[in-house]
Write a protein that binds this ligand. Structure first.
Ligand code: ADP
Length: 334
């Protein structure tokens, strides 16, 4: 753990790093993925080979990057970090791959956004630990096979459905990350409050947990906003009334929905009569990227039972109307 003084002196980014769980034991929740991963790691260790490639899938902030780092540290190996959008050319990937040492972990975040040529190079690398580097241009171009040391790829994606079949098939194990329960988020918060030296009492902690959209990153972020409020407008202690007042300032409602969540529900209900409406139309109505609405907003609205994804489009449930303080939808033609 980083010393408190170091944490206090640094910005939000460093704080997030300081709050990252370092070991599987530190990592709260996700019992299924954790158990599955533990088996994959342990059996590879016994056989003395790098573990199979791992794909972690789920909404942002649920701990995919943290788990990738834990995989490397449990294996006692280095981790190299990159992302799909950074791998525009096959050469970008070739450079990463040729710098790996045997047994290293290569983490590719947002792997569904990898460019085609790099993806094709990745197939061979994952399967045979080999890349074909093309040298020269035109008729004189030759392809030189290059051996790379055996490594473990950990890919993360918010949209496993957007992965091509051949890429998905090359992962030996896919961990589906789930939203966290309030109890699990309370554990995350207790640990974070201790690291950041924030006086968060049990009731305050339960309230922050309940309003964190099942997401540890959001829990940690709300905790920091609650600390700001407690320090500036109260005596520094984050009690239940202080937490409630702080979350009101930051537009986090009773169910933990933020501005964008409410905008999406509001547009769906008010502008489109509750749907069905396509996600791109909905995104335009709230001035957001369809990807953000689909990958950041919707998973939690679905899980909270307020939005349904149907083949014809998005539909608001009765709960959504209720939450917005509106009556039930009018009967069509009524
Ligand atoms: P993702 O890669 O899925 O977007 P991260 O691994 O970056 O998520 O997690 C975001 C932050 O949330 C981390 O910095 C960490 O503080 C916290 N976090 C995520 N998962 C856990 C967990 N299981 N236990 C404790 N903290 C967690």
């Amino acid at each position: 753990e980083a010393p408190l003084s170091a944490v206090a002196q640094h910005g939000e980014r460093e704080v997030e790093t300081a709050l990252r769980p370092r070991t599987l034991a530190d990592f709260v929740g996700q019992p299924r993925v954790r158990e599955q991963l533990q088996l994959v790691l342990e059996s590879a260790r016994r056989r003395g080979v790098p573990p199979d490639h791992v794909l972690l899938s789920g909404p942002p902030g649920l701990g995919k990057t943290s788990l990738a780092m834990i995989v490397a540290s449990e294996l006692d190996r280095a981790i190299r970090i990159t992302s799909g959008p950074a791998l525009e050319k096959a050469g970008d990937l070739a450079a990463m791959l040729s710098n790996l040492a045997e047994g290293d972990v290569l983490f590719i975040d947002e792997i569904h956004r990898i460019a085609r040529p790099a993806e094709e190079m990745l197939y061979l690398a994952m399967e045979d630990f080999r890349v074909d580097v093309v040298v020269g241009k035109g008729p004189g171009a030759t392809s030189i096979p290059l051996e790379i040391p055996p490594f473990t790829l950990v890919g993360a994606t918010t949209r496993s459905g957007a992965l091509t079949g051949p890429l998905r098939d090359r992962f030996g194990f896919t961990g589906q990350m789930e939203f966290y329960s309030s109890g699990e988020l309370e554990q995350v918060l207790a640990r974070s409050a201790a690291i950041l030296d924030i006086a968060l009492d049990a009731e305050g902690r339960a309230e922050v947990a309940r309003r964190s959209r099942g997401t540890p990153r959001i829990a940690n972020r709300l905790l920091r906003r609650v600390r700001d409020y407690a320090e500036v407008r109260a005596d520094g202690r984050a009690t239940l009334p202080v937490v409630r007042a702080a979350l009101e300032v930051y537009d986090v409602d009773e169910l933990g929905l933020d501005r964008l969540d409410r905008a999406v529900l509001g547009a769906l209900v008010r502008s489109f009569g509750g749907g069905p409406v396509g996600v791109s139309t909905l995104a335009v109505a709230v001035g957001e990227e369809p990807g953000t609405v689909e990958e950041v907003c919707e998973p939690y609205l679905v899980r909270a039972g307020m939005l349904a994804r149907t083949p014809r489009g998005r539909v608001a449930t009765g709960l959504a109307w209720e939450h917005l303080g509106l009556g039930p939808p009018a009967e069509p033609g009524g």
